[in-house]
Design a protein around this ligand. Structure first.
Ligand code: PLP
Length: 404
């Protein structure tokens, strides 16, 4: 498939910013949406809008069928064993909070330890901090080594008899590091430690296979995989999900209710209280179909080439310092331009119509440990081009000329 054809699928890529063609390099924050995803939302509200699982009428049944068909699609996409192992949530953040609230409250005791890594997004830090505070448990943090990889030796040492849960990101949104989650899961399981993987950054870049990884929970957001905002999911192993109390109470998650006692619904509905976000689930389904149409391996190959190209360009500029050089990296580059504050650089780069992210990327403890105020981050998707990277480079040269 030609790049022009791919780009034509994404209407926003045709717009101007500051009178210049938009160069969108903030894909790690959220990806742009192909027309098929936008159409799926319009089609739902135009033709199908009704509440799911509740009506015998035609529309409700059709909406329910479409809604559950996407669950099956997500199951296949991440290779879960059963579709009821996929819980719809508002996104990765809510998925992690669900595990902290439901599994955590039932399983974490005073003196227990929860192990995370130094490269976690706030979403995979704060819910565990809150749980530890509530339970009198301890949060332990595995450091990273110089190149931005996890310190695997330290990780092994930090897994001890008190460790109940390991929560680690698949891909770092701030460094691009791809963590060896399969090996990490194996190490944790040998010690009886439950494993949650934050997959927010992974689904759009690589084939994710939760059975192959072997993890207990895997959290993700649709909007980072070309789908709509406000929807995402949690994969959980059936046995664990069955053993957990519900997350929220309300309609949908019950089998029967009396004032004396409520019987909870079966999986996955036990964890899906209230009217769900049907339209965005259907949009997520359209995004998965779209990705499958291009092929995740093709996407990975295009993105890898963009990463190599950008790396080569950046390394020729002595003023650029790349933060995070792990051997296994996703298609994003975090960098600093000499001593220039990332915010100042980002403001100038924006004037070129180039959207990069600046700041701590919701990984403030990581930036603190690196002793930097933040970085500039260019994150590439398969619809980006080498010419766009050249435009970023042009903007960087302008920043250097202005500030140095
Ligand atoms: N984890 C990582 C690694 C992320 O990059 C993000 C978002 O940037 C999240 C979690 C949170 O995702 P969301 O805000 O979609 O819930």
């Amino acid at each position: 498939m030609k790049i022009e054809e791919i780009r034509a699928d994404f209407p926003i890529l045709g717009r101007l910013v500051h009178n210049k063609p938009l160069v969108y390099f903030d894909n790690a924050a959220t990806t742009q949406k192909p027309q098929v995803v936008i159409d799926a939302l319009v089609a739902y509200y135009s033709n199908l809008n009704s509440n799911v699982h509740r009506g015998v009428h035609y529309l409700s049944q059709q909406a329910t069928e479409a809604f559950e068909a996407v669950r099956e699609k997500v199951k296949v996409f991440v290779n879960a064993r059963y579709s009821h192992e996929i819980i719809y949530t508002r996104g990765c953040t809510e998925s992690i909070n669900l595990v902290a609230a439901a599994w955590g409250r039932a399983n974490i005791l005073s003196g227990d330890e929860i192990l995370i890594s130094a490269m976690e997004h706030h979403s995979n830090i704060v819910p565990w901090q809150m749980l530890c505070e509530e339970k009198g448990a301890k949060l332990t943090v595995c450091p990273i080594i110089e190149d931005g990889s996890l310190d695997m030796k330290a990780l092994a040492e930090l897994m001890n008899s008190r460790t109940r849960l390991l929560a680690v990101t698949h891909i770092s949104n701030a460094l691009g590091t791809i963590n060896p989650v399969r090996e990490i899961t194996r190490m944790a399981h040998e010690k009886g430690i439950v494993v949650l993987i934050d997959g927010a950054q992974a689904l759009s870049h690589m084939k994710v296979d939760v059975q192959d990884i072997g993890c207990d929970f895997y959290a993700f957001s649709a909007h980072k995989v070309y789908g709509p905002m406000g929807i995402g999911g949690l994969y959980g192993r059936e046995e664990l999900l069955n053993s957990m109390p519900p997350y929220q109470g309300g309609g949908e998650m019950i089998k029967s209710v009396t004032f004396e006692k409520t019987a909870y619904n079966e999986l996955p509905f036990k964890f899906e209280a209230g009217t769900p976000n049907v339209a965005d689930v259907l949009g997520f389904g359209a995004a998965i179909d779209y990705i499958n149409g291009i092929g995740i391996e093709n996407i990975a190959a295009i993105e890898h080439e963009l990463l190599l190209y950008a790396n080569e360009k950046f390394s020729r500029d002595p003023l650029i310092r790349i933060i995070g050089n792990a051997p296994e990296k996703a298609s994003l580059i975090s960098f600093m331009i000499d001593k220039i504050h990332p915010y100042d650089a980002g403001t100038i780069i924006d004037r070129f119509g180039v959207a990069v992210r600046t700041g701590t990327h919701c990984a403030q403890p990581l930036m603190d440990s690196l002793g930097i105020p933040g970085t500039i981050r260019a994150s590439f998707a398969f619809y980006n081009t080498k010419e766009e990277i050249d435009k970023l480079m042009e903007a960087i040269l302008k920043v250097e000329a202005l500030f140095l």
